[in-house]
Design a protein around this ligand. Structure first.
Ligand code: S3P
Length: 202
């Protein structure tokens, strides 16, 4: 076992085996707003010795304004067009652990690009967790500025789950710690690459 920085004592995965399995490809986190993509992605990147990148932060850097401001001034369509470009650029760059905004994987071109160039993980969280986590910073997510954010989240979940389900791996996150979810992610990756090795494909 090779223990990453901050690993728990129970962690039994080989980090070099995961890095070898990735074989230079980026690791991409997808899932709903509030599912923990950025927080867990950062921890996973640290464990794997890879840089971390948040697609929304990159969009904000490129645009020189916040995601909320982009929505407000230009609308969602413009945001999606910019988001798609930034993600394509990031995926064409050096290997990274990349957290996508919740709507990015709904775009078919982005999904295909991720499938070709990266390994994807859907962080699957239930509505109670999504509500609790998105409720902490209500102004941050323009799509949830509605009279009934819970209904909005439920509607989005229903529409998006079939797309998220196309990710290579699914990791359920519950009300556990981010470190525990990171360990589940690492275990899922280790299992994925071990299976791929036995199956002789990947
Ligand atoms: C969005 C999610 C946000 C951000 C934008 C739209 C979505 O990112 O990209 O507000 O459509 O679900 P997070 O998932 O990081 O909150």
């Amino acid at each position: 076992m090779t223990a990453p920085t901050g690993a728990t004592a129970t962690q039994q995965v080989s980090i070099p085996a995961i890095v070898a399995g990735l074989n230079g490809r980026s690791l991409v986190f997808v899932g709903m707003m509030g599912s923990g993509k950025s927080a867990v992605g950062r921890l996973a990147a640290n464990a794997l010795g890879l840089p971390f990148c948040d697609a929304d932060a990159e969009i904000e850097k490129s645009a020189g304004m916040s995601v909320a401001e982009i929505f407000q001034q230009f609308g969602e369509d413009e945001f999606r067009a910019g988001e798609k470009k930034v993600i394509a650029r990031l995926l064409a760059g050096p290997q990274t652990v990349l957290a996508l905004g919740g709507g990015a994987f709904i775009d078919g071109d982005t999904r295909r690009l991720v499938a070709r160039q990266a390994v994807s993980i859907w962080l699957k969280a239930d509505i109670a967790i999504l509500m609790a986590r998105t409720g902490r910073r209500p102004g941050k997510r323009p799509l949830l500025q509605t009279d009934d954010p819970k209904k909005t989240l439920l509607d989005l979940l229903e529409k998006r789950e079939p797309h998220y389900a196309r990710a290579d791996l699914v990791v359920e996150t519950s009300a556990t710690t981010k470190a525990r979810t990171r360990d589940k992610v690492l275990a899922a990756l280790a299992g994925h690459f071990a299976t791929a090795a036995v199956g002789g494909s990947h």
